[in-house]
Design a protein around this ligand. Sequence first.
Ligand SMILES: Nc1ncnc2c1ncn2[C@@H]1O[C@H](COP(=O)(O)OP(=O)(O)O)[C@@H](O)[C@H]1O
Ligand SMILES: [Mg+2]
Length: 315
Amino acid sequence: LVTTHYKIENPEIWQTLANEGYVEMAKKKMIITGIGGPAGRAASKYLDMKGISFIGVDMDPNVAKQYPGRFFQVPAATDKGFVGSVIKIAKREGASVLLPAVDEEFIPIAKRIKSFRKAGIDVVISPLSTIRICRDKFLTAKTLQKKGIAVPRTLKLGCKPSSIERFGFPALTKPRSGRGGRGITVFDKSSQLLDMVKKFDDSFILQEFIGGKEYDVNLYVHKGKAVVNKVLFKTKLEHGNYGNASGTVPIRDKAVEELAARTAKAIGAEGPIDMDVRKDAEGRPVLLEINPRIGANVLKTPQVLDRLLKTAGLI
Ligand SMILES: Nc1ncnc2c1ncn2[C@@H]1O[C@H](COP(=O)(O)OP(=O)(O)O)[C@@H](O)[C@H]1O
Ligand SMILES: [Mg+2]
């Protein structure tokens, strides 16, 4: 076996030779961010199960301490040293594929995609324009509405009280760039919201409450096409009729799958995508939220991870 450090000009030819058994390709290593978070933990469990080599980073020093030499601490995504630190650790540890798993990191990472490429690191992430849409729930609703995709009626707060009176209730307020079900309040009538409206500026949205069943769709998008599109039905929600799912089961639902595939295409997604979908009173699916990453429940849809690992050259 000869190890070469030359840049491979035609990776397809080498892959063919490897498939025929003439050469052996060095196995790639993955680096996962937010390794202590729900999506990061799911990915690491799967890679361990498959015996695939990876390292993890997290801003929490306690997470880094769990596996010395395998998990490392990095600055917060808002810190200007964040990207540099991830690149340094990846190079030092020989990791050449980055899987970001924390929402706050997506924009800083996508903005510096060239720095990663220069360091020989492939990043499994959607384009910056897609991420910007997903990171802002107001922009998500407005963009999809323009593309003819069903979304809840949505209003930016910090508006006139008369707009709230006219809005229609029940409705809920949530932060435009929240996550993990944080900061959500449900209002049955406009007077309840008007009583405390000063608490909400335009970093919050008011959204029509969609009252039906809820689904988590896990997709893998390749060249604009949803090549993996798996629906999980949320059997139990944290606050009864809304909130994080504490139970999910895989199901088939053509209407939900179709909405998810159209959404992925409309926003120009690439790679792993996770969506929250709910059905309205008429049973029509409505798109609530898009996370441009693997979802916390991705172990229930391993097809997404298999496709991701295959595309990234790890299996
Ligand atoms: N418009 C809505 N109608 C009904 N439930 C909603 C609506 N928006 C959010 N929820 C509930 O709140 C949960 C969290 O909201 P979501 O938009 O997914 O934000 P995040 O997961 O980023 O906190 C959803 O899974 C759902 O149960
Ligand atoms: Mg959500």
